[in-house]
Design a protein. Structure first.
Length: 224
């Protein structure tokens, strides 16, 4: 029991830098150079997650299964679920962004300001630009799904048990996911909340985070 408590605390401590970065990086986006943005992104979305996972896996046998990533399912099921999730999320993105903008554009504080978009840091040189797009899609797809879907599910079960309603987890994880996009304006925040609910529901339905990661990466590749 003591070891389990230490594991949970260590996982939380290891996750704090990534969560902090996710909520605070909107402060400097658009105010520093593209190279610095990518450097910070690499530090908090690559180095910290890999380092913390390495330490946790060696000390507490923390594994990918703890965050919902499973390779036990058949390759066919994983591929089919990935295709289905990609279609659902891609269509949901288009619908939600258009609907939320239609209803909330009057309240959008970004209307009269130059809002940062990740398109701004993509190099114009074709080869380098493609590499940056792939990098941003991979890191966002993997890190956001692991930390805002899988890891929150891990903490939820550890703290409240499996008896707690799935909807409590879905709403909580979706709120945290949406608030991480606070800098993009109210319409995007609301859209991300509902998109988070759809993704969390798909995670529970597929019993595997891998299709959501694949879908997230593909959708980001399309949108970027």
């Amino acid at each position: 029991m003591l070891r389990k408590t230490s594991k949970n605390k260590s996982v939380l401590i290891g996750a704090i830098p990534v969560y902090a970065f996710s909520y605070l990086h909107g402060i400097y986006l658009g105010h520093i150079s593209s190279s610095h943005i990518l450097a910070f992104d690499m530090l908090f979305y690559v180095v910290f997650p890999l380092l913390s996972f390495f330490i946790l896996s060696n000390r507490f046998r923390f594994s990918l299964k703890d965050v919902g990533i499973s390779f036990d399912q058949s390759p066919r099921k994983i591929v089919e679920d990935s295709i289905l999730c990609t279609i659902i999320i891609l269509v949901s993105c288009w619908l939600l962004w258009n609907l939320t903008w239609a209803f909330l554009w009057r309240f959008d504080w970004t209307l009269n300001t130059q809002v940062f978009t990740y398109h701004q840091i993509i190099p114009t040189q074709p080869t380098l630009g493609i590499l940056v797009v792939i990098y941003l899609s991979l890191t966002a797809g993997i890190v956001e799904e692991v930390y805002f879907r899988g890891l929150i599910r891990f903490f939820w079960i550890e703290w409240f048990g499996k008896s707690r309603s799935d909807w409590s987890y879905i709403i909580t994880s979706s709120m945290l996911f949406a608030l991480a996009h606070w800098w993009s304006g109210p319409s995007k925040i609301v859209a991300m909340f509902f998109l988070g609910m759809i993704a969390a529901r798909l995670f529970i339905w597929t019993k595997n985070l891998l299709p959501l990661i694949v879908a997230h990466i593909i959708v980001d590749l399309v949108l970027l």
